[in-house]
Write a protein that binds this ligand. Structure first.
Ligand code: ZN
Length: 304
């Protein structure tokens, strides 16, 4: 019997799709501890698989499987303080509902150990696809290969930040972009480093910030410390050399932009504001990358 089937017999894709996303988190090195957070890193991966396997009428409701997987015995929910009774029989109805009640999910220790190892993780992935998504095996295989390349490169980039030198060939551009974007946006906890905006799309789980290169490729490379997370407006403004983060981690605004141009210009309040959102100093931008950005300002405000 298919334990993930709903009463109508349609195999609800949510639980196995969420498990595929968890396998990808492990592959990317994002599960150093047995603590699966209900966050953008998980949801953006879930939606990749969900889009392939969902049918008309399946809704993007990852909060459902995140709670209901607890019925399967291998998935455990760690309640937030005082939320134990709610988490004991979870029926979450929104993303906020999960955040309110659950600190993280964990797997049985043996299963967690299995998904840390590439060979057994891959065997689990194949088992899930064969059992629950046999009609989508080819499409999921394509997605899996693409995600595998991005996850592997994400590990390489994280290791660079950690000071581990490893020679690894760069994958194709799409995987490089995906890995760079994930590491940089996560380092800023999905905040725009300029205005502080943090917005997660409720219907896809995607964060609406982008990862920007400070020194453009190819010269700048993909090291996350050559990157910064920005909303689309501030990404545009930086690419147009109208704003730049300086080596003192304060924003510069091109000096021809002042209240003679437009007192309401959205870039003006940024002048001298501290770079926002960076949650781990190890990801602080390279001084050379910041100096390069300031030098490119159309009219540098102050020489550094
Ligand atoms: Zn912004």
């Amino acid at each position: 019997m298919n334990r993930f089937a709903n009463p109508a017999g349609h195999r609800a894709p949510h639980k196995p799709a969420l498990l595929l996303a968890v396998l990808d988190l492990a592959e990317a090195g994002r599960l150093p501890r047995n603590e699966i957070e209900y966050g953008t890193e998980l949801l953006e991966r879930f939606v990749i698989y969900f889009r392939v396997v969902s049918r008309q009428g399946d809704r993007f409701t990852p909060y459902n499987p995140f709670g209901r997987l607890a019925r399967e015995g291998f998935w455990h929910l760690e309640p937030n303080p005082g939320r134990g009774p709610v988490v004991a029989s979870p029926k979450f109805t929104s993303h906020a509902d999960v955040h309110r009640n659950v600190a993280f999910a964990s797997l049985d220790a043996g299963l967690f150990d299995l998904i840390q190892r590439p060979a057994t993780r891959e065997a689990l992935r194949r088992t899930i696809i064969e059992r629950y998504f046999p009609d989508h095996a080819r499409a999921l295989g394509d997605v899996g290969r693409r995600e595998h390349a991005a996850n592997a490169y994400e590990r390489v980039l994280e290791e660079r930040v950690a000071g581990v030198a490893r020679d690894a060939p760069a994958p194709e551009l799409q995987a490089r972009d995906a890995a760079f974007s994930r590491v940089v946006r996560s380092a800023y906890d999905h905040h725009c480093a300029a205005c502080g905006l943090r917005m997660i799309a409720d219907d896809t789980g995607h964060s609406l910030v982008e990862a920007a290169h400070l020194i453009p490729r190819p010269a700048g490379g993909d090291d996350p410390r050559n990157g910064i997370a920005l909303c689309r407006n501030h990404h545009w403004a930086m690419d147009e050399f109208l704003i730049a983060p300086g080596p003192d981690m304060r924003w510069r605004v091109a000096d021809f932009i002042d209240d003679r141009v437009d007192p309401a210009c959205f870039l003006l309040p940024l002048r001298d504001r501290t770079v926002a959102g960076l949650r781990d100093k190890r990801y602080s931008p390279f001084a050379e990358s910041l100096r390069w950005r300031v030098r490119q300002l159309r009219h540098p405000a102050t020489p550094t």
